[in-house]
Design a protein. Structure first.
Ligand code: ATP
Length: 272
């Protein structure tokens, strides 16, 4: 399959000290990829390096074979859309906010939204169940609703790759699963490639084709969920005891935490 995104020995970070280093992986077109790793391991920094928000200290990011840093802002926005963890919101309506996703397609001196842009925005608002909030102010939405409006806005950009920074963090389990199913459908039906930062390892295992596991600014492991989500890898990276089982329906790995007390009892019971 064609390679969409290639990270070649990427290093980037902040003057104050934190850097991600030696990042190498490639994503094929149509992939649903996940980034996992503990708090502070560099997942968001990696996203910022890919999008060009942070300049690279070393290495390069290639998108469809071209050096991504050499594309114009407009070209970048037509290829990659990012939904970040904390969306800053102005006091504008949900519809106005979602329509902002069409900016990269506006012609110079085009001051009004074209009918086609409004249709595209409404289509994605229906898909994300945010059309009902169309006239509400972004500032008056719940965290989960705001996240869905951000997704709608990102989709109206018609990107080739959607980068999602912890999109399920504000959602209850019903909405988490609904959201992941929606992204899975978009991935399959629109051939939209997706890379998502996911904290819930079982969700990552169930939905992603490919995982990159980060630790202290480096890739600890990459591959399919079965290769990456082993209890040995998780214990080394998260310094937490877990049990990994196989989901009987999907065959994907499911990760269970084990409390300190139960672990002690288990060790006592199984002592020879
Ligand atoms: N703007 C910044 N300036 C300086 N340091 C930063 C900045 N943003 C993040 N960092 C630091 O870089 C490190 C990695 O942060 P990053 O946000 O990439 O981690 P993460 O894996 O996404 O974490 P989380 O799971 O908590 O969101 C952290 O130690 C953080 O404090």
């Amino acid at each position: 399959m064609k390679e969409l995104l290639v990270l070649d020995n990427v290093s980037c970070g902040y003057k104050s000290g934190f850097y991600i280093n030696d990042i190498n992986f490639s994503l094929s077109e149509g992939i649903f990829a996940g980034i996992v790793g503990p708090n502070g391991s560099g997942k968001t920094t990696l996203f910022r390096g890919i999008s060009g928000d942070l300049s690279l200290h070393k290495g390069a990011v290639y998108f469809e074979g071209k050096d991504f840093s050499e594309l114009s802002l407009r070209e970048k926005a037509q290829k990659v859309a990012i939904v970040s963890q904390f969306t800053e919101v102005a006091d504008i309506t949900v519809e106005e906010y979602v329509l902002m996703g069409r900016m990269p397609y506006r012609k110079q001196f085009q001051f009004f939204d074209k009918k086609e842009d409004v249709e595209i925005a409404h289509h994605y608002m229906h898909l994300t169940n945010t059309y009902r909030l169309k006239d509400k102010s972004m500032a008056a939405l719940s965290g989960g609703e705001r996240q869905m409006a951000s997704i709608a806005s990102a989709l109206t950009q018609n990107p080739r790759l959607l980068l999602l920074d912890e999109p399920t963090s504000h959602l209850d389990i019903t909405h988490q699963v609904r959201f992941m199913n929606l992204i899975q459908r978009l991935n399959e039906e629109l051939k939209l490639s997706v890379m998502m930062i996911v904290h819930d390892l079982s969700l990552a295992g169930e939905y992603c084709d490919y995982l990159v596991m980060m630790k202290n600014g480096r890739i600890f492991e990459k591959g399919n969920p079965v290769e990456v989500l082993t209890y040995e890898n998780i214990e080394k990276v998260y310094e937490t005891v877990v049990v990994v089982e196989t989901n009987p329906v999907s065959g994907n790995p499911v990760v269970f935490p084990v409390s300190e007390r139960r672990m002690k009892e288990f060790v006592e019971k199984t002592k020879p």
